[in-house]
Design a binder for this molecule. Structure first.
Ligand code: GLN
Length: 489
C-alpha cells in the first residue's frame, strides 16, 4: 500500500509514473479512516483540500515537473498543530485559539510547498508543546500505535503516531526539550532535531524561543535527510537562523563509519534506565563498533542539572511568549467588565493546567528578587552544559545515548505527577540547552509487551551530516526500522 512507503520510495514510483499523487494521498486518507479512531493522531484533516493539492501535483508532473527540481512533488506530509499553514486551523493543541485559521505559511511550510509536498492534516500535541505524552492536549489523548493503552510520547505525539501507523509518509514536529526525538523513540520511527538556527522558526508558535526547532519525523534516515535539506537555511524573518550553506544531506549517507569516534557518556547509562532499554542501547553500541566506529567513554559532568535548568529557562520564555494569548488579538474571548477581567477569564478558561503551571513558574523565576537566583543562574548552568558538549566534541565525532529511560508508559501513569513526567526527557533536554543536533532511531523492542526502543545520536553544532551518516549505517545493518505495529482495521 502506498501509505506504507517511505518518501524516497514514493518519489521513485511517482517519477516513473507508476502511481499518482492522488493515489498516494487517497491511501493515506483511507488509512486515517481505518485506524485514526483508535490512534487519534489527527486533530483535523481536510480530505478534499489534500486531494486537490494532489491533483495539482499530478498536473505538474504531467507537464514535465521533476523530482530533481522539486524533491517532494506529490508527497503527502502531515503537520504538528503548532506550525502555521495558510488557510488551515492552528490550535497548538489548545482551546485558547478558538477557531483560528492561519492567514500565512510558516517558512518551513513555504519551503515544503515549493518542493511540491501535499500539506495535509493537523497533528495532535501537548498544549503549546508542553508535555511528554500528548495527554495535555485539549483535543484528547493520542494513543501509541504499538499498544493503544499507552502514550505515544510528546509533545509531537500525533506526528510520531501518524508516521508509525502509516497515516502519512512523513510528518513535522517541533522539539524544545525532546518533543521530536522522544515520541519518535516511543513510536518506533525516526525523529530529527536540527542544530538551533539550522531551520527557520518563522511561523512556529513560540514555546521557548531559545530552544525551539522544527524537524522531520520519518520512516527511515534517508527520508529525514531529504526533508531536512528542504526545510533548512537562513531566513530573514528569523534572526536566529544561520547563513550556513545547506549541504546535500542525502549525499552524506554513503560510505562506512570506520574510524569515527563515538562518545558514550557515563552519566547516561544510570539507575532508572530500564534494563531492556539499557540492553538494546548496549547492543546498538556493539553494532556500531562492528561497523568500524571507535567507542570512547566520555563525561558530561553537568548532566544532573539539565532538567532543572530547562524548566527554568523554558518556563521563563514561555511565560513571556504566551502573554499574547489575551483574548484581544485572536482566538477565544470571554468578556468581562474591564480588560483585566477579560484577560483573566479568557486565559483561565482557555489554557489547560500544565500550561498554567508553566506560566506561573516562569513568571516567578523572572520576578524581581528571584530573577538572579533562578533565571540568571540557570543561564550560567546552561553555558556549562553547552561547554560539556563542546569539550566532548573535541574528542569524539558524535555521542550515543538512549533517547528515553523507558519505553512507552501507560496512559495516566504519570499525569498526576509533573516531576515524573519531566524526568522522561532526561536524555533529550541537554541537546536543546546546548543548541546541538540530535536524532532518534529505532534500536530494538521490549519483549512483553513489544514496544519500540530509541537510540539517540547527538552531533556537533551543524554536524547533521555526521549523525545522519552514522544513523544510516546503523539502520541499514539492523532490521528495526522495517517493523510495523499490528493495527486492527
Ligand atoms: N517534554 C518537554 C516539556 O514538556 C519538552 C517539550 C518539547 O520539546 N516541546 O517541556
Amino acid at each position: 500500500m502506498l501509505n506504507q512507503l517511505t518518501v524516497s520510495g514514493l518519489t521513485a514510483r511517482l517519477s516513473k509514473r507508476e502511481v499518482s499523487a492522488r493515489e498516494a494521498t487517497q491511501a493515506c486518507l483511507d488509512q486515517i479512516n481505518r485506524v485514526d479512531s483508535q490512534i487519534h493522531a489527527f486533530i483535523s484533516c481536510d480530505a478534499s483540500d489534500a486531494l486537490a493539492q494532489a491533483d495539482v501535483a499530478d498536473q505538474d508532473m504531467a507537464r514535465g515537473a521533476t523530482h530533481s527540481a522539486r524533491p517532494l512533488l506529490g508527497v503527502p506530509i502531515a503537520i504538528k498543530d503548532v506550525i502555521a499553514a495558510k488557510n488551515q486551523p492552528l490550535n497548538c493543541g489548545s482551546k485558547i485559539l478558538g477557531n483560528y485559521i492561519s492567514p500565512y505559511d510558516s517558512t518551513v511550510i513555504e519551503k515544503l510547498k515549493s518542493a511540491g509536498a501535499i500539506i495535509f492534516g493537523r497533528l495532535n500535541m501537548d498544549e503549546f508543546a508542553m508535555g511528554s505524552s500528548t495527554e495535555n492536549s485539549a483535543f484528547g489523548v493520542t494513543k501509541n500505535p504499538w499498544d493503544t493503552s499507552r502514550i505515544p510520547g510528546g509533545s509531537s505525539g500525533g506526528s510520531a503516531a501518524a508516521v508509525s501507523a502509516d497515516e502519512c509518509l512523513a510528518s513535522f514536529g517541533s522539539d524544545t526539550g525532546g518533543s521530536i526525538r522522544q515520541p519518535a523513540a516511543l513510536c518506533g520511527c525516526v525523529g530529527f532535531k536540527p542544530t538551533y538556527g539550522r531551520v527557520s522558526r518563522y511561523g512556529l508558535v513560540a514555546f521557548a524561543s531559545s530552544l525551539d526547532q522544527i524537524g522531520p519525523l520519518t520512516k527511515d534516515i534517508r527520508d529525514a535527510a531529504i526533508l531536512l535539506e528542504v526545510v533548512s537555511g537562513v531566513d530573514r524573518r528569523d534572526s536566529t537562523s544561520v547563513p550556513h550553506p545547506v549541504p546535500n544531506y542525502a549525499a552524506s549517507l554513503v560510505g562506512d563509519i570506520k574510524g569515527l569516534k563515538l562518545g558514550l557518556p557515563k552519566e547516561y547509562m544510570v539507575e532508572g534506565l530500564d534494563p531492556e532499554v539499557s540492553q538494546a542501547v548496549r547492543a546498538a553500541v556493539a553494532q556500531l563498533q562492528k561497523l568500524g566506529a571507535e567507542i570512547v567513554e566520555i563525561s558530561l559532568p553537568h548532566t544532573d542539572f539539565a532538567v532543572a535548568t530547562y524548566y527554568i529557562v523554558a518556563t521563563a520564555e514561555a511565560s513571556a511568549n504566551l502573554a499574547r494569548f489575551d483574548g484581544i488579538r485572536y482566538g477565544l474571548r470571554i468578556s468581562g467588565a474591564d480588560p483585566i477581567e477579560l484577560y483573566s477569564k479568557t486565559r483561565g478558561a482557555g489554557f489547560g493546567s500544565e500550561v498554567k503551571r508553566r506560566i506561573i513558574l516562569g513568571t516567578y523565576v523572572l520576578s524581581s528578587g528571584y530573577h538572579d537566583a533562578y533565571y540568571l543562574r540557570a543561564q550560567k548552568v546552561r553555558t556549562l552544559i553547552r561547554q560539556d558538549f563542546l569539550n566532548a566534541f573535541e574528542r569524539v565525532d558524535a555521542i550515543v545515548t538512549p533517547t528515553t529511560p523507558t519505553a512507552a508508559f501507560k496512559i495516566g501513569a504519570k499525569s498526576d505527577d509533573p516531576l515524573q513526567m519531566y524526568l522522561s526527557d532526561i536524555f533529550t533536554i541537554s541537546c536543546n540547552l546546548a543548541g546541538i543536533c540530535g536524532v532518534s532511531l529505532p534500536c530494538g523492542f521490549t519483549s512483553n509487551p513489544k514496544l519500540p526502543i530509541g537510540l539517540q545520536l547527538l552531533g556537533k553544532p551543524f554536524g547533521e551530516e555526521t549523525i545522519l551518516k552514522i544513523a544510516h549505517a546503523y539502520e541499514q545493518s539492523t532490521p528495526w526500522h522495517k517493523e510495523r505495529p499490528a493495527l486492527k482495521a
